[in-house]
Design a protein around this ligand. Structure first.
Ligand code: FAD
Length: 577
């Protein structure tokens, strides 16, 4: 398999998917056998594909739905060391995550990952300030000691008065003072698409809507997978020297296809977030506070706040975890404990639920339980990687490929991903400095260009070329005016979007950022996609209809009290393929 033309230039175009499927389908034990096939297009799978392809291995990746359609678009969107782990005295894990935070902020994805300031309101006098403060001294020290240096400002103690200036809407009776510290945030779905694009630019073959339904075996050894192209129903056999199962909460289903005793157990735990408009909470920083069972984050998100999260076991539909009325009430109750003006259901613009893949290993001889994530080789030719978090995806990818390298034999070079910037990182700084000039030459408002830079980095040139070519695409998208019409077209031509849901839910975040959950934007967006994908009128109708049914099913599920009822309401609108 030969690498793609030139690194950084590759697009996940509709044609690229066809080419990827052709390349995957033409593998065989005696010709073009892949070195590594990754199952799962979340942050872990795409991170693994990038790690493998940049070591010089030939790589394929199959994803049953859209990139990041599982857990990796439904997180709290923080790139963080995890203060929680500090309290559990898991210093290794915190140090590792802080090092990754530094790498992402400075080298790998400075266009996507940005600092965020948090205020931690203190509710007890004296002891709490000492306790939280000493934890943050350690947190800052670990970040400073990592290869990428301090990066973010150190924490600061705030008086009660100062805290009220920073967060005017904190309920004065709910705190005695505060501490300010910094972490980082990212649009998780964009991170995944960007990792996938980067991997494709080095030659990885990436096929979405392609589901693994079985494994190829030679004796005990796994030699590839059987997969179905869900868009055509065509079956394909993909031969690979090693298959990496990076299927998140679906890990066990794939293990069952291999048969035998499962090497790992992956439990799902549901986490729900609410999105509210920025003006509903007056604050120039995010908030973090304790709940009876864990932590609650209020994270600034463009013109919105994200409030989360819950943590409850989930054994129902994995593809569409549903938020119930009880989840929403709980989050509102927790956030209202610290706010001067309580939030109500009418303030909620968006709701989303995701499933944490919690891995617990069984004592396989080949198993390597590495802090929070786990990598095992249950049978020759198969590696399973599970657990972990968004922040440490690169480490998980590296560890999975290290395990694969044992099966590959010979000399596989060491991981180099800590030195491989993601697509769009190059050119981000100069283009940011040229923001004013770009605004002038493109005719777009400066704020628009900043918005584009924060989503595409140096690849903004491609967006602007599209606008220069088709000036009508410079207009805002009707129904979701924070986005340009060009972004919908670009999502299809360069970012692998194939359905309306991909564009409204993951390439943009319109489905959680508008009170109508993207209903008004659905038709204008579908019409733009039609031009890029050659859809006929009835296909446009289908896509819009499906999207509206999905929104309605989600709304219905969010009125139900229990998980069971919420799930029943949500599964009434299945995926479109
Ligand atoms: C509520 C919540 C908040 C979180 N907040 C944070 C945070 O702020 N910061 C942080 O660092 N981490 C956070 N995390 C953790 C982080 O989001 C996850 O650890 C990470 O996204 C998991 O990625 P993954 O690739 O393992 O799984 P997924 O993203 O679920 O990817 C697995 C993929 O495999 C595909 N797949 C499954 N079966 C098949 C098959 N048969 N064929 C083909 N494809 C298949 C699925 O469709 C899916 O896309 C949070 C998680 C949750 C739930």
């Amino acid at each position: 398999m030969s690498p793609a033309s030139s690194p950084g230039s590759s697009a996940l175009s509709p044609r690229a998917r066809d080419d990827a499927l052709r390349a995957l389908g033409s593998t065989g034990p005696n010709r073009h056998e892949l070195d590594v096939l990754v199952v799962g297009g979340g942050v872990v799978g795409t991170g693994t594909a990038l790690d493998a392809v940049t070591r010089g291995l030939s790589v394929g990746l199959v994803e049953q739905r859209d990139l990041a359609s599982g857990t990796s678009s439904r997180s709290s969107k923080l790139v963080h060391g995890g203060l929680r782990y500090l309290e559990m005295l898991d210093f290794g894990l915190v140090r590792e995550a802080l090092a990754e935070r530094g790498l992402l902020l400075t080298r790998l994805a400075p266009h996507l990952v940005r600092p965020v300031r948090f205020v931690y309101p203190l509710t007890h006098h004296v002891w709490e300030r000492g306790y939280v403060g000493s934890g943050l001294v350690l947190y800052d020290a670990m970040a400073a000691a990592s290869r990428t240096g301090p990066g973010l400002p150190r924490h600061k103690h705030l008086s009660r008065r100062r805290a009220r200036q920073v967060v005017p809407d904190l309920d004065p009776s709910a705190f005695t003072g505060a501490i300010e510290y910094h972490d980082a945030q990212v649009d998780d779905a964009r991170l995944v698409v960007t990792i996938a694009r980067t991997a494709a630019s080095y030659g990885a073959h990436i096929a979405t809507r392609t589901k693994v339904v079985g494994f190829l075996r030679e004796g005990e050894r796994v030699t590839g997978v059987r997969a179905v192209d869900l868009e055509t129903g065509a079956e394909l056999a993909v031969h690979a020297r090693v298959v990496v199962n990076a299927a998140g909460v679906w890990t066990d289903e794939l293990q069952q296809m291999v048969g035998g005793r499962g090497a790992l157990n992956v439990q799902a735990s549901k986490g729900v977030h609410l999105v509210v408009p920025r003006d509903r909470i007056r604050s120039s920083a995010g908030l973090i506070t304790r709940t009876p069972v864990s932590l609650l984050f209020v994270v600034p998100w463009g013109r919105h706040w994200i409030i989360g999260t819950t943590d409850t076991p989930w054994n129902l539909d994995k593809a569409h975890p549903a938020a119930s009325r009880r989840d929403i009430d709980y989050l509102l109750e927790q956030v209202n404990r610290i706010l001067r003006e309580p939030l109500g259901h009418e303030d909620v613009e968006g709701v989303y639920a995701g499933l944490r893949p919690l891995a617990s290993g069984q004592s396989e001889p080949t198993s390597r339980i590495s802090r929070e994530h786990t990598v095992v080789t249950p049978v020759p030719g198969l590696v399973i990687v599970a657990g972990g978090k968004l922040t440490t995806y690169r480490v998980m990818g590296r560890d999975a490929v290290d395990a694969a390298a044992h099966s590959l034999g010979g000399t596989v070079p060491a991981s180099i991903t800590e030195r491989v910037p993601l697509a769009g990182a190059a050119g981000f700084e100069p283009r940011s400095n040229q923001c004013e000039a770009l605004a002038e030459s493109s005719g777009l408002h400066r704020a628009r260009v900043e918005h584009l830079l924060g989503r595409y980095g140096g690849l903004v040139d491609e967006l602007l070329a599209l606008v220069a070519d088709r000036p009508e695409l410079a207009d805002p998208l009707r129904g979701a005016e924070d986005y340009l019409r060009a972004e919908v077209v670009y999502a299809v031509t360069h970012e692998g979007a194939r359905h309306l849901d991909d564009v409204l839910t993951r390439r943009t975040r319109i489905s959680i950022e508008t009170f109508d959950r993207g209903v008004a934007a659905a038709r204008p967006a579908a019409d733009l996609m039609a031009g890029a994908l050659g859809w006929e009128a009835d296909r446009v109708e289908d896509e819009v209809d499906h999207y509206l049914r999905r929104v309605e099913a989600e709304r219905r599920s969010q009125r139900e009290l229990s998980d069971l009822e919420a799930d029943e309401a949500r599964v009434a609108a299945p995926d479109i393929v």
